[in-house]
Design a protein around this ligand. Sequence first.
Ligand SMILES: [Zn+2]
Length: 197
Amino acid sequence: MTPANGPQRTCISCRQSRNQEQLIRYVVAPDGELVVDYRHRLPGRGAYTCLDLKCLQDAVERKQFQRSFRGRCCEADFAVLSAALTQAVEQKIVNLLGMGRKSGQVLSGSNAVIAALRQGSGLSLVVIARDISTAIAEKIEVLSARHHVHCRQLFSKDLLGQILGKGERSVVAVKAGTLADAILIELQRYKQLVREN
Ligand SMILES: [Zn+2]
């Protein structure tokens, strides 16, 4: 799924080497706080763990962050770091959906999405708000499965609406393409992180 070329880094917990893109990066802020650098963009030395809460938890418990940063960071807090990680993935999905909106790759509203699914019109992914009625959610899930379209429940109607610059939106669909693929990768990561929370 991920290219095997590209820089390799080692998880400070399980010591496994992986493509840097598959790992979570952490840096130390100027005040000594350990922060998640999900986008791999913050300056300075980084430490890495697998995208696995077990590796993060073990790293915290065994004080691997302090060791890795040679004592320059404050005590790591698993609850804080795992919450920051979940939030970072959510933000990435929000940003990607926002990009999809700008480039016309996203459609929204249950009627529009149901119609598009029925026409088999090249959708790759459907996101259903968590606070939608079960009957509509099930209807869309069944239709998605029938047309081999990925379907996930995530966010609230309110947030989906905000992303699209509209009022509440119960359903959002993304057309097949690289953007949908990128969102699917993040949704997979999200599932990995939330499963063990
Ligand atoms: Zn690991």
